[in-house]
Design a protein around this ligand. Sequence first.
Ligand code: MN
Length: 321
Amino acid sequence: MEQRFSGLFHNPTILHSEQRAFIDLDYRTLYSEVMRKIGIYYAFWTREWDADFFPFIEKIKNLGFDQLEINGGTFAVMSPPARKRLGDEAKRCNITISYGIGLTADHDVSSLDEEVRRNGIQFMRSMIEAVGKSGGGMIGGTVHSAWPSTLPKDATDKRPYLDQSKKSMREMVRVAEDNNVILNVEVINRFEQYLLNTCDEALSYVKDINSPSCRILLDTFHMNIEEDSIGGAIRKAGRYLSALHLGETNRKPPGLGRMPWEEIRSALDAIGFDGPLVMEPFIAKGGQVGRDVAVWRDLIPNPDYDKLAHDAASFVRKVLC
Ligand code: MN
């Protein structure tokens, strides 16, 4: 066990949260002041998923962020020199990189079609190894299935797909453990995904997988639709909560809507959360991004994207950190 997970302990930031994930402590007494990194997803600025992430690093640093979330799928197919250049730039700017992925249907690791499922595992393996070579970190999103996705026509029972997903995840976490990577299953609303719609479902999933490399990503936008209580869901997730995606109820940047940020902050404090807070705003129609996130209108007229991001980072630092 010690040998197998030793890779995780080379990264002090991961060591910290992993220790806390597996030792039952009263975090509030031990960590009265927790550091929470503030991140943003690059696709706020793009209409397509593929992008050159390099210029975003210095840009978001200057806007007040600590972390950039990029597309893990694009990262997996980048050349090793390009990945190294990106990593060096992140180091220079003191920016943490995290990776988001919604696996496509042909890489669906919950598929009943074994060929599709194998393709998905192979793709995830290449992504995990690429992230591992860059020092490790978090890959979050639909790492457990496909996105956007619903049950196949005429299917009514999701259990066989859930079983396939867990079978795949058990294989993927072994690669993740060896590569200093944490796979965060994201709890997503019913209109975009069907396997894990609530924190309870995700908790049952990660407890079943039982690996420090499989944890939970909650997202305020999805929680607003599915959870009885947003603060309650965060408290329930507890030490299994690895990262939190932020957005208003319509995915405007934090601070421009009616999300109960005070309630969220209390819950984060109660569980001693020290993971990253990554905002994931989507405000403009167009492109494949607009299609996939179902934005069919411009939510903010003539947006100044950089100013919106800067203001949202300031808001989050004041309200959630
Ligand atoms: Mn999200």
